[in-house]
Write a protein that binds this ligand. Structure first.
Ligand SMILES: [Fe+2]
Ligand SMILES: [Fe+2]
Length: 165
């Protein structure tokens, strides 16, 4: 039984746990920022954008839940350093820019954290963060595509296409 207990308790590398907590901060910030942007878009009548922002907010909640589970599995404490104030950007282009900034920061952090996981041979955390990186790269691609569309067709024309889903 002692043997079983030794294997059951997995001590994670403190650096990996710290990196997971840092990503958790991005997730919780994103969750609230996109929720707020969704509400503002809906209030302005841009239902298509509101639904997409709702979906991204929900995605960050799912990411956060998986990160918390991993931290606990590593016998760590889930303690996000989440002091970032949430301020909804006042226009759609500014929302897209603010979200791009956050997602871009998360991507930079994830790439560093994935390397740290490899160095400590924590391949499960590495694979988890790779999945998150895949989602965040898609997220950034969506933000950049919408921004490019606004530049191409003009803001008024773009917003007219956002009122239906
Ligand atoms: Fe995420
Ligand atoms: Fe995201």
């Amino acid at each position: 039984m002692a043997h079983f207990q030794e294997n059951a308790a997995m001590k994670g590398d403190p650096k990996v746990i710290s990196d997971l907590n840092e990503y958790l901060s991005f997730e919780l910030t994103g969750h609230r920022q996109y929720l707020l942007h969704a509400g503002m878009c809906r209030h302005w009548g841009f239902e298509r954008l509101a639904r997409i922002q709702d979906a991204y907010s929900a995605e960050e909640t799912q990411h956060a839940a998986r990160i918390i589970a991993r931290i606990l599995m590593l016998d760590g404490v889930a303690a996000p350093r989440d002091f970032r104030p949430i301020v909804g950007a006042p226009t759609v282009p500014e929302q897209l820019a603010l979200d791009s900034e956050l997602v871009g920061g998360a991507i930079v952090h994830l790439r560093t954290a994935i390397t740290a996981c490899e160095q400590s041979r924590d391949f499960v955390s590495r694979d988890l963060l790779r999945e998150m990186l895949d989602d965040e790269e898609r997220h950034l691609y969506w933000l950049e595509t919408e921004t490019a569309l606004i530049d191409k067709v003009g803001l008024e024309n773009y917003l007219q296409t956002q009122t239906t889903t």
